[in-house]
Design a protein around this ligand. Structure first.
Ligand SMILES: [Zn+2]
Ligand SMILES: [Zn+2]
Length: 324
């Protein structure tokens, strides 16, 4: 399913099966989850995508062939391909454990082809082995919703009272990790979305309401997964002194101006960008030990446009996953 240009529907095309180059693996795709970032690419909100482009950066499949020099994986083994597809290893960010900020990073399903397809190639150094306790459709959302959601959770520090704004794919996994770690979770959904609020409660949130509501007690940290700028001052207002508001999305509508009072008291606002391989190792270690219930809505690959539309309108419970 190929994106030819911003604003266009994806087109079903026959494309050449890619050949793995040195250090790369050919992956026969079993499942690819749909991320809100995919919508931002389709909508032209992220600059300079590869075009034409195969979207998708939550890819699970089996190794169909090895390029020269690959020893990390064996043919037939299962791998996950995440958003970070390559980093330079030489810039000051790469050299300081921050490859997520690499000046020359390449991203799966954005600047290199991804997983809305039957096959893809990936640099083996950036792929992950996945816990066997998750089948491929349920493992796919772990690759971004879980992994980058986990990076956002780490950015919240040791916050005990955790607010989560936007209860989509990332939130439904992060809530379970946070509960497993012994934190308390307060969920904020689209106002009036009682079904999402019940879903949050089922996953362990002790309170769930619309994002226009204040929590029953102040938060130690808030994670914002919805791409909605006005949630930043709302989350600051809900956060206690010394608390952190983490913006976890790659794109957000403009943040309205707000009174300095909301930031005063050593509150912080920060973003989370991309992932490092160390984040993935830490997260998949947790995913193997914590019994995460990943909720998926599977659809055939050819229904990718429907999946994107359902995500856009807030109809997906958990994560949408495409099956070739
Ligand atoms: Zn993503
Ligand atoms: Zn770099």
């Amino acid at each position: 399913m190929v994106l030819e240009g911003a604003g266009l529907a994806l087109a079903a095309c026959e494309i050449q099966r890619p050949e793995p180059g040195p250090g790369e693996i050919l992956v026969r795709i079993e499942a690819c989850a749909v991320c809100r970032t995919d919508l931002h690419v389709v909508d032209g909100e992220l600059a300079d995508p590869k075009l034409p482009l195969v979207l998708g950066h939550e890819v699970v499949g089996t190794v169909a062939a090895l390029g020269p020099g690959v020893t990390r994986f064996a043919p037939g083994g299962r791998v996950g391909v995440p958003w970070l597809g390559w980093s330079c290893g030489q810039c000051r960010f790469c050299r300081s454990g921050r490859e997520n900020l690499c000046d020359r990073a390449r991203f799966t399903g954005y600047t290199i082809d991804g997983g809305y397809a039957e096959f893809t190639v990936a640099d083996a150094r950036y792929c992950f082995s996945l816990p066997p306790s998750y089948d491929s459709p349920h493992a796919a959302p772990l690759l971004c919703a879980g992994l980058i959601g986990y990076r956002a959770l780490v950015a919240a520090g040791d916050a005990e009272r955790l607010g989560i704004y936007g209860f989509g794919a990332a939130a439904h996994i992060v809530t379970q990790v946070a509960r497993w770690q012994g934190r308390r979770v307060f969920a904020f959904t689209r106002p009036g979305d009682g079904e999402a609020q019940r879903f949050a409660g089922d996953l362990g949130a002790e309170w769930a309401s619309g994002s226009d509501q204040r929590p029953p007690e102040p938060l130690d940290a808030a994670l914002i997964f919805a791409p909605v700028g006005p949630l930043v001052p709302a989350a600051l207002a809900a956060t206690d002194k010394g608390g952190t508001v983490v913006c976890a999305g790659i794109h957000m509508s403009p943040i309205p101006s707000f009174s300095y009072d909301l930031l005063w008291g050593e509150r912080r606002i920060r973003s989370v960008a991309n992932l490092t391989r160390a984040d993935g190792d830490a997260f998949f270690d947790i995913a193997a030990r914590a019994p995460l219930e990943v909720t998926v809505e599977t659809m055939p690959l050819a229904s990718a446009n429907d999946a994107l539309q359902r995500l856009r309108t807030g109809q997906v419970r958990g994560a949408a996953v495409l099956l070739p």
